[in-house]
Design a protein around this ligand. Structure first.
Ligand code: ZN
Length: 465
């Protein structure tokens, strides 16, 4: 069987990879602060004979590990960051390890090790066959704030790639054709003049008024944008007390759309709304642009091949114990579970853990990921494997619980195998990459990737290292 060596190599490293998975689970680190995770990855990949670069593109927690020579150059996109507030024990009820602490509520500990496993499997195959090929593993910071890879790309971290593969943990086994939205993220900080709100309000100029008026303007703007544009915000500062005219207030916006061009246009209009609000209230606005990302664009040539690989790749069976545990988790999701059970024709027929591989489907997806940036630099593909119970909602305590359990481990090991086998397929049959590149060029339509991160935007938290 093609890929036997890769699968054996991954199995041999399974325990070592699992240690890193659990270390990251026990020490979750949020965006741009993935100090330990980055070091564990760097040390491990060095031991595996990869040439390791730390501080990639001036990012203290970005790691790049390269092995091999010649073409194709295959990039594997591992992630390092956890989510704030997602601390949770491996339990079927809500119970934090650290109240309010961070947790692996998006499973990036699984992503981190699965891509390393794939890199090791591919390396073993290339060593055995003596074939040409270069494997580049990336330990990427800050996917959760959607700009980590943008910052890496700004420094040229992905320039040498012929293709990228990105796995994300999920509730199902499938090749990802859903894509994701492009995005811009910016905080609008208004500055006014303080005054006694009862005594002399006429001397005050309220920054909070400006925030509110900006939000009113943005909500009117909604009517005049394409129907698949998403605009959302939170008020990050409304100042201190109602009896003081607020001289500082701010609001943080995301603008999303299926195409980056639309994000850029709507964002420009949102900036006008902010300036209008400042003018009306005689306040000043400072725009803290935090970055953006491209939409994900899955390569269909890769998708067809990856689908075949995934369907025949060996998967470890779920134990009865794991299924029972998953059922308890699923039941905590209330209506999600009830609807799911109804759609499956009853509880007896409903899988608690996804136990097959879906056919290729492309349904719209309205999240975003900075993997989209890499997919505008070279052709790329993503996949999902079942690492959580079937009803686990995105970014949830149920996911943190699962990514610390054997279910998450099995799902990530399956992903490692699939990615190694797929990489091998591309190396064995160069026509796959040739066709994928034709599709990529058509998709780009002669345009080049333009990094959404401005050249002078500092890497967040970099000065703390
Ligand atoms: Zn994620």
């Amino acid at each position: 069987m093609l890929g036997k060596i890769a699968i054996e190599a991954i199995e041999k490293e399974r325990e070592a990879l699992d240690k890193i998975r659990l270390d990251m689970w026990h020490n979750p680190e949020v965006a741009f602060l993935e100090k330990n995770a980055a070091e564990w990855v760097a040390e491990y990949m060095e031991k595996q004979g990869f040439k390791v670069e730390r501080n990639v593109s001036g990012m203290p927690t970005a790691v790049k590990a390269t092995w091999g020579h010649g073409k194709p150059v295959i990039g594997l996109l591992g992630e390092l960051d956890a989510l704030p507030g997602m601390s949770q024990k491996v339990a079927t009820h809500r119970e934090a390890v650290v109240e309010g602490g961070a947790g692996q509520g998006c499973g990036h500990n699984l992503l981190c090790v699965a891509h390393m496993g794939a890199a090791i499997g591919l390396k073993a195959e290339l060593e055995a066959s003596g074939k040409e090929g270069t494997i580049v593993y990336y330990g990427c910071p800050a996917e959760e704030v959607l700009t980590g890879k943008g910052f890496m790309a700004r420094g040229g971290a992905f320039d040498e790639l012929d293709m990228s593969i990105a796995f994300h943990s999920g509730t199902t086994n499938e090749v990802d054709l859903k894509g994701g939205l492009a995005l811009n993220s910016a905080e609008f900080k208004f500055k006014g003049i303080t005054a006694h709100a009862g005594g002399d309000p006429y001397n005050g100029r309220s920054a909070l008024d400006a925030v509110e008026l900006m939000n009113v303007g943005a909500n009117y703007l909604r009517e005049h944008v394409k129907s698949d544009v998403r605009i959302h915000y939170i008020i990050t500062n409304g100042d201190m007390a109602p009896n003081i005219v607020p001289d500082k207030a701010s609001v943080w916006y995301y603008v999303r759309a299926p195409k980056r061009e639309d994000v850029v246009q709507v964002y420009d209009r949102l900036v006008k709304v902010a300036k209008g609000a400042a003018m009306m209230t005689e306040t000043e606005v400072e725009i803290d642009f935090k970055g953006g990302c491209y939409e994900s664009t899955m390569n269909h040539v890769f998708a067809d091949e990856l689908q075949k690989v995934m369907a025949k790749c060996p998967r470890d069976p779920w134990t009865e114990e794991e299924k029972a545990w998953a059922k308890e988790i699923n039941k905590t999701t209330g209506a999600i579970y009830e609807n799911y059970v109804a759609s499956q024709g009853g509880e007896d027929k409903a899988e608690q853990l996804h136990d097959h591989v879906y056919e290729l489907t492309s349904v719209g997806h309205f999240g975003s990921t900075d993997v989209g940036d890499v997919q505008h630099i070279c052709p790329g593909i993503s996949l999902t494997t079942a690492c959580y119970p079937i009803c686990a909602p995105g970014h949830s305590w149920q996911i943190t619980a699962s990514t610390g359990s054997s279910i998450g481990e099995k799902g990530s090991t399956f992903a490692a195998r699939v990615m190694a086998l797929f990489g091998l397929e591309v190396i064995e049959r160069p026509e796959i990459l040739e066709k994928a590149k034709v599709e990529f060029d058509q998709m780009m339509g002669g345009k080049k990737y333009e990094c959404p991160i401005p050249a002078d935007l500092p890497v967040p938290h970099a000065d703390e290292f």
